[in-house]
Design a protein around this ligand. Structure first.
Ligand code: CA
Length: 235
């Protein structure tokens, strides 16, 4: 997988051996993975962890996969859901899709098949999250990401290509913490993030001056203490 920012996956699976196999394959594929084995606990875990993708077994103790799916969609949770099922029953799958599943895998499947499906879901997550070319920010600030221009207070301020890349990266991972290491690896393309550098922080300061309505009180590029930064636009 090309990007290092968290790809959070929650595996809901009660068969321990399969749960371990799923977790190992996903970790190997670059994901951050949590596992829950009980349907009734799954919803709490989903609410608490806000995964990007849920790998959901249908036959679970406590609450079935379909019930979980219906409940999370009813709450407006938009995480992608990949159903895993022993039943290749058309009716079950149909109900799964109607309840808001994005894709399914029939047991048994290989780690490779799993990762191919997961990768496809993340491509869609990233496409959905791709920033528009023109951003309307609070304070009447407009950012033209194609031309790398910020329009504010009747003036045009140029963004550097690096600032543009950072901004797009933060927005693509909106509402998720992006670490300095993520930025060094994915935006600067460092081979290793084991470098002592204030480069990221200095760029963030510069970017805030250009795009934040009040750069002294940043609201869009939030500092997450001890972790990194997060792009957040309040609704
Ligand atoms: Ca099961």
């Amino acid at each position: 997988m090309s990007e290092h920012a968290q790809r959070k996956v929650l595996v809901v699976e009660d068969e321990e051996a399969l749960a371990v196999a799923l977790r190992d394959a996903l970790v190997h594929g670059g994901c951050t993975v949590e596992v829950v084995a009980d349907g009734a606990l799954a919803l709490d875990a989903i609410r608490a962890q806000q995964p990007d993708l849920i790998v959901l077994d249908l036959m679970l103790p406590g609450m079935s996969g379909l019930e979980i799916l219906a409940a999370l969609r009813a709450e407006g949770i938009r995480a992608r859901v990949l159903i895993v099922t022993a039943l290749a029953d058309e009716e079950d799958l149909l109900r799964g899709f109607q309840a808001g599943a994005d894709d399914y895998l029939t047991k048994p499947f290989s780690p490779r098949e799993l990762l191919a499906r997961v990768e496809a879901q993340f491509r869609r997550v990233e496409m959905d999250a791709a920033p528009p070319e023109m951003l309307d920010l609070p304070g009447g600030i407009q950012v033209d990401l194609a031309r790398l221009e910020v329009h504010r207070d009747g003036k045009v301020i140029a963004l550097t290509p690096r600032e543009g890349d950072i901004l797009k990266y933060l927005i693509r991972h909106r509402d998720h913490v992006v670490t300095r290491d993520d930025l060094l690896l994915d935006v600067w393309h460092y081979q290793s993030a084991n470098v002592e550098t204030r480069t990221v922080d200095i760029h963030i300061v510069g970017l805030r001056r250009k795009v934040e309505p009040d750069p002294a009180q940043p609201s869009l590029i939030q500092t997450v203490r001890g972790k990194g930064y997060r792009w957040h636009e309040s609704a």
